[in-house]
Structures are given as C-alpha cells and as structure tokens.
Write a protein that binds this ligand. Structure first.
Ligand SMILES: Nc1ncnc2c1ncn2[C@@H]1O[C@H](COP(=O)(O)OP(=O)(O)O)[C@@H](O)[C@H]1O
Ligand SMILES: [Mg+2]
Length: 281
C-alpha cells in the first residue's frame, strides 16, 4: 500500500497576539495557537473541532497563508507556504468562510463574483470564463438564472453556495471551510454539508472542515482533531474519537452535543465548556 500523499501540513505552529491594555500601554500576550502540528492527506476530510475562542480561525488563517505563524511553518505540497506567492497558493488552496453576507460584494452580480478569480488569474477568454462560471454554479446546485442575481436576492444558503462556487472556480485541490454552516438556518446547514460531501466525491478534493459543532464534523470528516486552548488535545479517525473519546474535553463536547435537541441550535461556549471557557478580555 502506498503512503497517503500529504497536501498540507503544519509543523509546530504557534501564534501569539500582543494586546495593548490600559493607559499605561502594558501589553498582554495572548497565545491563540500553541505548538500545533497537523496534516491533511489527498482526498481526505479533516475535521477541526473545538469551542469558540480556542484558536480554530487563527489556525485556519495560518494554514491558508493569510497570516504568518509566530513560530513554526505551514507546508503546502511540501513547500513552505511563506515561500509561495499568493497567486500560487490560491490555485491550490481556497477558503470558504462562515459569513456569505460579508464575503460577497453587494454591487456585484453572482456571475461577476464567481468570475473574478478567473480574471485575476487571467485564465481563458471571456467566453471560456462564462462557460466555467456557469459550470461551477451548476455544480453547487444553483440555477443558471442565479448568475444575473445580486447577493441580496439570494437566501443565506444560496449565498454560501455562491461562496463555494467562487472557491472552486480555479479548480483548487484543497478547501478550508471555517464554520461554513454556522450562519445558516439549521434546515439549510444539512444541505450545505451534503453539497460539500458530494463535491468531495465528484471532484476528489481535500477538505479541512472547522466547526464548534460536533455533529457537523461527524457528518463529513474522516479524521478529527480536537482543539482546546490553542492546542490539539486529541486526534484520530472520527469514528474512533466520537465513539471512544480519550480526552475529558472531547467527552464533554460530545456529552453537550448529545443534549441538543434537533433544531434547537447550538449551545454557546459557556454552556459547553463551563468554567473552562477561554478568557478573551
Ligand atoms: N487578530 C487578533 N488579534 C488579537 N487577538 C486575536 C486575533 N484573532 C484572534 N484573537 C484571539 O485569539 C483567540 C482565538 O481566536 P479564534 O482563532 O478566532 O478562535 P475560534 O475560531 O476557535 O473561535 C481568541 O481569544 C481571540 O480573541
Ligand atoms: Mg472561528
């Protein structure tokens, strides 16, 4: 058997923020991510789970090359991501963020929004761009007439489909989805997760799926990494971790997730973590 091919990895990545506090301009150091190592294999879905404030988005910005680590390094296909241009990274690795409202320009039609990466990267001519955009819009389950629409004419779920289409238009090999369903109605969340699942099968893409909701991760992930206070405290096959969590924090996450009635939404961080909530002030 051949080894799985690693497409993205983090090696001993940390991030500290210096926060100015008070009139004496004292600085306080906040360790958002602390010595995290992880990898993503080809065609794999890695779930990254942890309560709000534990450092998931900070880690994802470093994995995307959007923010440099304070120490450690991220490698994209074996090369330090800091050595690659933004354009080179964008061809391989694309983000999908939580809020499809703020990530779409209200004055751009959906066609313009999804075409923009092709224009920036100068891929093809006008006709081939329009063809590609129509194709990718269809692949995310939107009707062609959505192309002429503006973001405010679409529902939250449709907008998130547009954001996914825009992430896919350059044919990347990896998507990093940071809470992709958290801003959506519960009924729509499952549709978006189903879409990601279908896309993963049909185009053989690798995914990092970040969520504070265990059920979201459970649905899609092959492997799960559990994050707590900036560290990965548990990692393994999702079937194993969810059935037999080794870490007390994971057990607590699981227990509180099971308390949630379908449709009742997600308990906030205080409910899940109790006294363990990360101080952010
Ligand atoms: N740009 C920043 N400047 C200062 N502190 C930040 C910044 N981004 C995140 N943090 C802090 O880092 C910690 C982790 O935040 P974040 O990565 O957003 O967690 P999560 O995505 O798991 O909710 C939080 O305490 C947050 O307040
Ligand atoms: Mg976050």
């Amino acid at each position: 058997m051949s080894e799985p091919r690693i497409v993205l990895s983090a090696e001993h990545v940390s991030k500290t923020y210096r926060l100015k506090s008070g009139i004496l301009s004292n600085t306080r150091v906040l360790q958002a991510v602390s010595d995290v190592s992880l990898f993503l294999a080809e065609n794999e879905v890695l779930g990254l789970i942890g309560e709000s404030g534990c450092g998931k988005s900070t880690l994802s910005r470093m994995l995307l090359g959007l923010e440099p680590p304070t120490s450690g390094e991220v490698f994209l296909r074996g090369k330090p991501i800091s050595s690659l241009s933004r354009k080179d990274v964008a061809r391989i690795l694309q983000p999908v963020f939580q809020d499809p409202y703020s990530s779409l320009n209200p004055r751009e039609t959906i066609e313009e929004a999804v075409m923009r990466p092709l224009i920036v990267h100068r891929i093809g001519n006008r006709a081939s761009m329009r063809h590609k955009v129509a194709q990718v819009i269809e692949s995310v389950g939107l009707p062609r007439r959505a192309l002429a629409s503006y973001p405010n004419q679409l529902s939250g779920g449709q907008r998130q489909r547009v954001a996914i289409a825009r992430a896919l238009v350059l044919d990347p090999r990896i998507l990093i989805c940071d809470e992709p369903t958290s801003a959506l109605d519960v009924s729509v969340q499952a549709q978006i997760l189903n879409l990601l699942n279908e896309l993963r099968r049909s185009i053989g893409i690798s995914l990092i799926l970040i969520s504070h909701n265990l059920q979201v991760v459970q649905f899609l992930a092959d492997r799960v990494a559990v994050m707590y206070y900036g560290k990965i405290v548990e990692e393994g096959l999702s079937s194993q971790i969810l059935r037999n969590p080794a870490h007390a924090y994971t057990r607590r996450l699981l227990a509180s997730a099971l308390d949630v009635a379908p449709g009742a939404g997600i308990p906030d961080i205080e409910t899940i973590a109790g006294a363990a909530a990360l101080p952010t002030s």
